[in-house]
Design a protein around this ligand. Structure first.
Ligand SMILES: Cc1ncc(COP(=O)(O)O)c(C=O)c1O
Length: 350
């Protein structure tokens, strides 16, 4: 047999790939590490699963998911032409990177932020510009100056893993001052006091990306959607895989998005638990970043995030730790149920 040589593009050989948060096989762990929703999906989705017409699976799904897009348009106050759907919002990010970046067209994003962005840039073979946040994770005045050479600017709002928001007025300045496309990754915006969905009416260069993974308790279903002007949507449609959202996902996501009452109740429970955990951690002298999302970024009094991460792991409590100069003090804790968070706090008190 011939000796193996690498057949990959050099960009692929040079990169190490995205590392997702741990998805443990053992179930008795307290899993507060990947920002899933601790509550079940709405009853209509559970019923829909039981009643789904399995015979139809021999057919391809609707490639443009029109019925689902109509539902999203109706609930979020736009038209079908303003909506594109994807296989989770990670797929939407891939579509955007493929559509707007290449060797000559770079991307800019915050630092720290969602660690998938540099991986997508490497895959696409585009340069990326990291825009450092200040020590308190707010933006610096020179954000636009730094982002200027890029064709795509990704702003994560609320940001991950920090959980805080850039002020709406600053967002408006960013969107009007940036010459390329601004993709606002609103994966966590349902837990936030405000959001940028309305910007799509104001700015022809803004894409707002959403997911049902967090606020609708459907991380396993895989559905993301984006809202933008019809021209941007039309172009992104050319880039997506033909059948990027499967038939069951189209059907079940529609049921979930229609049930806004259940959705609002679940989100309210999580934001109430977030407030409670924030004060409990502060009472234990933790430094807690003001969170607008379904997780907290919190630093223990000794500033050693890694040590606490490991100590919790020994107690079968998994949170997420991000090594690095600006993030190493902290751990990221997903907001779970009241009982789950009590178990965490009881251990921390010890
Ligand atoms: C900022 C951000 N964007 C997008 C995603 C992807 O979500 P999904 O692909 O489940 O829709 C995540 C997941 O954790 C995230 O943190």
């Amino acid at each position: 047999m011939k000796k193996y040589r690498s057949y990959f593009r050099p960009e692929i050989d040079a990169m190490s790939g995205y590392t997702p948060g741990e998805q443990p096989k053992v179930m008795d762990l307290l899993k507060l590490n990947t920002n899933e929703n601790p509550y079940p999906p709405c009853p209509a989705v559970l019923d829909g699963l039981k009643n789904a017409d399995g015979e139809r699976l021999r057919l391809y799904p609707d490639p443009t998911a029109d019925k689902l897009r109509d539902t999203i348009a109706e609930v979020y106050g736009y038209e079908r032409e303003n909506i594109i759907v994807s296989n989770g919002s990670d797929d939407m990010l891939t579509i955007a990177f493929r559509a707007f970046t290449d060797a000559e067209r770079s991307v800019a994003f915050l630092d720290p932020t969602y660690s998938l962005y540099p991986v997508l840039a490497d895959l696409q073979g585009c340069q990326y510009i990291k825009i450092p946040l200040k020590e308190d994770f707010s933006i610096s005045n020179d954000l636009l100056e730094k982002a200027a050479p890029a064709n795509l600017l990704v702003i994560t709002r609320p940001n991950a893993p920090t959980g805080n928001n850039i002020a709406i007025d600053d967002m408006r300045k960013i969107c009007s001052g940036f010459d390329g496309v601004v993709l606002i990754d609103e994966a966590y915006a349902d837990f936030s006091a405000d959001n940028c969905i309305g910007f799509v009416r104001e700015f022809p260069n803004v894409i707002v990306s959403r997911t049902v993974s967090k606020s609708y308790s459907l991380a396993g279903l895989r559905l993301g959607f984006a809202i933008a002007c019809p021209e941007l949507i039309e172009g992104m449609m050319k880039v997506k895989d033909s059948y990027n959202v499967n038939m069951l996902t189209q059907y079940l996501a529609e049921l979930a998005i229609r049930d806004q009452e259940y959705f609002s109740k679940t989100v309210a429970k999580i934001t109430a638990s977030r407030a409670k955990l924030t004060s409990e951690l502060k009472a234990l002298d933790f430094e807690v970043v003001d969170s607008q999302s379904n997780f907290l970024f919190a630093a223990p009094p000794d500033g050693d995030g890694e040590k606490l991460f490991k100590a919790l792991r020994e107690q079968n409590i998994i949170v997420r730790y991000f090594p690095g100069e600006s993030t190493g003090k902290y751990i990221r804790i997903t907001i779970g149920t009241e009982e789950q968070l009590q178990r965490l706090v009881d251990f921390l008190k010890k």
